[in-house]
Write a protein that binds this ligand. Structure first.
Ligand SMILES: [Zn+2]
Length: 137
């Protein structure tokens, strides 16, 4: 799976965003080590607290299907679905990624105009609190 193919799937996922409050649609496409893709979109809530990011939707879908080994995730977003500017994962999503991904897990952050940055999890969440610290992995 090429990066561009994964980004295309993230854009598809973005179309299902439920974001009536912010107007920001976000999509994610998560690639497993064996080549499966799980898509997610942001799902907002009138109470705000229950809002879930696209990245976590993709991870939770994959995890609930038994997946545990991931390679990379593409993240794309923008006001009213217009891809403009980068949408790096929030702190909560970074911590969820850290639970299941190693330092070299790749995050493709789409910036629009067919451009994206590839960032490693270790650079997005340095000095992270991770399962290895509790000696369970
Ligand atoms: Zn998030």
């Amino acid at each position: 799976m090429t990066d561009n193919s994964l980004i295309t799937l993230a854009i598809e996922a973005m179309q299902n965003s439920y974001s009536p409050y912010s107007g920001y649609k976000v999509g994610a496409a998560l690639l497993t080590e064996d080549g499966k893709v799980y898509k997610g979109c942001n799902i907002e809530n009138v109470a705000f607290g229950p809002t879930v990011c696209a990245e976590r939707v993709a991870f939770l879908k994959a995890l609930s299907e038994g997946e545990r080994n991931f390679t990379k995730i593409a993240v794309v977003g923008g006001k009213n679905g217009e891809i403009k500017g980068a949408f790096p994962p929030c702190g909560v999503c970074r911590q969820v990624m850290r639970e299941f991904c190693n330092d070299n897990f790749e995050i493709l952050i789409v910036k629009g105009n067919n451009k994206y940055d590839t960032v490693l999890l270790k650079d997005l969440l340095p000095l992270s609190f991770k399962p290895e610290i509790l000696d369970i992995k």
